[in-house]
Design a protein around this ligand. Structure first.
Ligand code: LMR
Length: 397
């Protein structure tokens, strides 16, 4: 009788597709839905560097006692270094860092920090954005607004409208900015556009929360973190939600971090105490295994080099399939300008076809993509490329 008022909730727009795909008995099915990297065979492999790190960890581990509530020291330090690059050392005295349950955990804790710090604050995400931003920010009690971001008809950024919207945002609002491989559009601002975005953030005294979920999967580890590093040079305060799910392939291990810059070093302790208090009230502390793997890889020259090579191979495969998809579609639709497919970065692009067409593709062709027509380029391979291109080409506008 307690539970009877509860209504059942439809499956999550992305994770629900994962289940539907698994249940589909068709041998022809194609999964372009959930954002996980796949190799040619369609599998999501354990990276070799991860395997080697795991062997060391298993052989050496002496206990399963709790880790520190703030997280594993070496993991926190090396993730902050990866984010800030050459600036990391100078920023260290102002850097607070919490190990989190994946990038989601970081976004959720960041939202709570903002809620505690700013009375009646507003939060902004791009339109469109990754659907779970609404759940994560809303779950912390924030009202989530959207800023224009992407023109689906022209496959270009709505940069002027974005800047204009942020110029009218209430001062001290929280702005979520995806860095590198925007989800779901694959369209990122260029360096000049980032400067303009950061100008508005400064003018309006907004707090940037960078969502860095794909570092190294767009252009390079350094290039993908460029906007965060630019911001760190300009602003006294910012937050970065880091995921290691994609670039280390550690999806199910849930290893991420919330990195924040405090205005002055003496605030770092306060900020970290707030972070610990928020996680203690939700899940106490993050799991250790994934973070130990990342710590090990980043701290060992051989493993780190191996990981960089594997990450580059993933990136190149995605780029190759962007080229191949464009060529296959262009051959069928010479009337369209499809350059956006190769201009965009990372695993995702929006095809710009209708929800009905997405549904028909799933029902009749067993091709799975997210309802807004987001495809995971890494789901393409030699076996399915032509099928996908011939099924999709006529639907493109
Ligand atoms: C995605 O966008 O598909 C991934 O980030 C997986 C998820 O949790 O939604």
């Amino acid at each position: 009788m307690f539970f009877s008022p509860l209504q059942s909730i439809p499956p999550d727009a992305i994770l629900g597709l994962m289940t539907a795909y698994q249940a589909d008995p068709s041998p022809r099915k194609v999964d372009l839905s959930v954002g996980i990297y796949r190799e040619e065979s369609g599998e999501t492999p354990v990276m070799q560097a991860v395997r080697e790190a795991e062997i060391h960890i298993i052989n050496e581990q002496a206990t399963k006692a709790y880790i520190s509530p703030i997280g594993i020291e070496g993991f926190r330090a090396s993730v902050a270094d990866l984010v800030f690059g050459d600036e990391a050392r100078a920023l260290r005295p102002r850097t607070a860092c919490l190990q989190t349950v994946g990038g989601c955990g970081a976004l959720r804790v960041a939202s709570s920090i903002y809620r505690r710090a700013v009375n009646n604050g507003a939060a902004y995400v791009s339109a469109p954005t990754w659907g779970n931003h609404f759940g994560l920010l809303g779950g912390a009690g924030l009202h989530v607004n959207e800023y224009p971001y992407y023109d689906l008809k022209r496959h270009l950024l709505h940069i002027d409208q974005m800047l204009d919207c942020l110029r009218h945002a209430p001062a001290r609002s929280l702005v979520v900015l995806q860095v590198g491989c925007h989800n779901p559009t694959g369209a990122d601002p260029n360096s000049t556009e980032w400067d303009a975005i950061l100008d508005v953030i400064e003018e309006r005294s907004l707090l940037p929360l960078f969502d860095l979920a794909y570092q190294g999967m767009g252009t390079s580890l350094d290039a993908d973190a460029m906007p965060v590093r630019k911001a760190a040079k300009r602003f006294s305060e910012l937050m970065v939600a880091v995921s290691t799910s994609k670039n280390f392939g550690l999806y199910r291990e849930r290893a991420g971090a919330l990195v924040a810059l405090a205005e002055i070093p003496s605030q770092v302790e306060t900020l970290e105490s707030q972070m610990k208090d928020i996680t203690r009230g939700m899940y106490s502390m993050a799991p250790a295994h994934g973070a130990l793997i990342v710590e090990r890889i980043l701290g060992d020259a051989h493993l780190r080099a191996e990981w960089c090579k594997e990450l580059e191979a993933m990136r190149l495969r995605i780029d190759r399939y962007r080229q191949r998809l464009k060529a296959a579609l262009q051959a069928r639709r010479p009337d369209l300008d499809l350059d956006w497919l190769t201009r965009q970065r990372g695993m995702f692009s929006l095809l710009g076809i209708g929800r009905d067409d997405v549904e028909t593709l799933r029902r009749e062709r067993h091709i799975y993509m997210v309802g807004d027509s987001r495809i995971n380029i890494a789901g393409l391979n030699d076996d399915n490329l032509e099928v996908v291109a011939s099924s999709v080409a006529a639907l493109l506008k």
